[in-house]
Write a protein that binds this ligand. Structure first.
Ligand code: FAD
Length: 445
């Protein structure tokens, strides 16, 4: 019997896990990755290249089916937990260490109960932190194993277009020529989702607008957050704000970490990371308000892009930095004020300014009220010296409408997985959807 062929587009977590599953089930697997190989990647290639965006970060892995999406949309809870366990074991086989990024269950439960008393939901998660300085080796081990098993990885090969006919994908147009296959699995990540949406429109794939997360990155002294980050490395606090009843959450906490910028197509965003060996004296985390639009405009991505562009315009092409005290008093921050500030920024490529000029009043109110509530669990977070960077925007890609196997509605041989299809928003979730899609293809063999 001739082996069925699958082309996977994109080698982030979704692509890697799908490739492993498919090659181990007797498929011929080719991966087309537009970015560079792992060894050639530099900081400039943060979002694209072997490992994708996620596995070139610091690798905070959240083993919970409701973090980074909701896996129970595709499998039942038992199935979701088992997928997560598989992702965990695979990372472990490729070199992830045993240490958990959370303390014992009793401490987690206590933090949950203390948070509840303040009207805050603390989400308990089995968590691991690999560190930017260690993750590369794990991804390298993963790729070497894939290559050994027969996966062909073509780097610097960008898919530019797709050719369709008879409810099938016929060919892909790449920068190196035309390629064809029995099945196609698109795992292109969030940062190519705008391109992928154009393709979706062109070939009539059904899509749905979802929410977007708009907010800031908070930075304070590590000594202030230590009481909670020692219990859970990346604690997820979910808060509803008083004035607007909006949902705001902490996300991507980096104890002793660094704030960084990431350049999108339309604006410069802030983000954060932490290393296992190199430490700062600060902790940073994203503080994000969920925004969903209904009528007449549902397009949250364009709305978020406009805010990102406005933020960069006001910052002269750089993110804005402000002390919380200045924000509350309605004054801009300046370098003179920042220099005297108790908390010193770990990112200096910013413009001190006034965040209330670039974020909508509603979002600023949510952030101020959210920090007031959070202060009950993290005393000191609501101090004047707390630093705020903006914008931090998490664009959620348009959802490509697909079935529970991640097969698209219109095409029998087109599958999707990961952040680019709007079905995930974290490393573990993207990896899990890669496995689901691979199994969807295997079923049809
Ligand atoms: C700085 C940073 C830090 C992060 N930290 C964490 C963290 O600690 N924990 C966590 O859970 N999540 C983190 N995330 C989010 C996480 O990176 C994503 O959720 C995850 O990587 C999504 O995986 P994916 O496989 O869907 O896509 P991606 O990882 O984005 O991979 C997609 C791949 O597809 C390739 N590609 C795109 N278009 C094409 C094309 N046309 N042709 C060929 N190849 C293409 C890209 O080059 C890329 O390599 C972080 C993200 C960033 C940017």
């Amino acid at each position: 019997m001739t082996q069925k062929k699958v082309i996977i587009v994109g080698l982030g977590p979704a692509g890697l896990f799908a490739a492993k599953e498919l090659i181990e089930h007797g498929f011929t697997v080719t991966v087309l990755e537009k970015g560079k190989g792992l060894k050639e990647r530099t900081k400039k290639d943060l979002l694209f290249g072997v490992g994708g965006a996620g596995l070139f970060s610091d690798g905070k892995l959240c083993f919970n089916p409701f973090i980074g999406g909701d896996l129970t949309e595709f499998v039942n809870l038992e199935g979701a937990n088992s997928l997560i366990q598989e992702v965990h074991n695979t990372f472990k086989n490729y070199g992830m260490n045993n240490g958990y990024a959370h303390k014992n269950l009793e401490d987690l439960h206590n933090l949950r109960d203390e948070s509840a008393k303040c009207g805050i939901r603390f989400v308990e998660i089995m968590q691991k932190h690999i560190g930017s300085d260690y993750l590369v080796n794990i991804v390298d081990n993963f790729c070497q194993d894939l290559i050994k098993k027969g996966v062909e990885i073509q780097t610097e090969t960008e898919v530019l277009d797709v050719v369709v006919g008879n409810n099938q994908i016929k060919e892909l147009v790449t920068n190196t020529g035309l390629v064809s296959s029995d099945y196609y699995l698109f795992c292109v990540g969030r940062y190519s989702s705008v391109w992928f949406n154009k393709i979706a429109q062109k070939i009539d794939l059904e899509t749905q607008h979802r929410y977007t997360d708009i907010g800031v990155r908070i930075e304070t002294l590590h000594s202030i957050t230590k009481t909670v980050t020692d219990i859970q490395y990346d604690p997820k606090f979910h808060i509803y704000t008083n004035t607007y009843d909006d949902f705001i959450r902490t996300f991507c906490t980096n104890p002793e970490g660094f704030v960084v910028t990431e350049t999108y197509e339309k604006f410069v965003n802030v983000n954060g990371h932490a290393m296992k060996d190199k430490k700062s004296t600060n902790t940073n985390f994203a503080f994000l308000v969920r925004v969903k639009l209904t009528e007449p405009i549902e397009d949250t991505t364009s709305y978020a892009n406009l805010i990102g562009k406005l933020a960069n315009f006001l910052g002269g092409g750089k993110p804005i930095l402000q002390r919380l005290g200045d924000l509350k008093k309605g004054r801009r921050s300046t370098w003179q004020k920042i220099e005297k500030n108790l908390v010193q920024p770990t990112l200096n490529d910013v413009t001190p300014g006034d965040i209330s000029l670039l974020l909508p009043h509603r979002i600023v109110t949510d952030i101020v009220e959210g920090l007031e509530k959070l202060d009950k669990i993290i005393p000191g977070i609501n101090s004047d010296s707390t630093l705020i960077y903006a914008p931090e925007i998490k664009l959620c890609a348009l959802r490509i409408v697909c079935n529970k196997d991640m097969k698209t509605k219109s095409f029998e041989n087109l599958f999707v997985a990961g952040d680019g299809a709007g079905v995930s928003g974290s490393i573990v979730a993207a990896a899990s959807t890669g496995l689901i899609a691979a199994r969807g293809i295997i079923k049809r063999k």
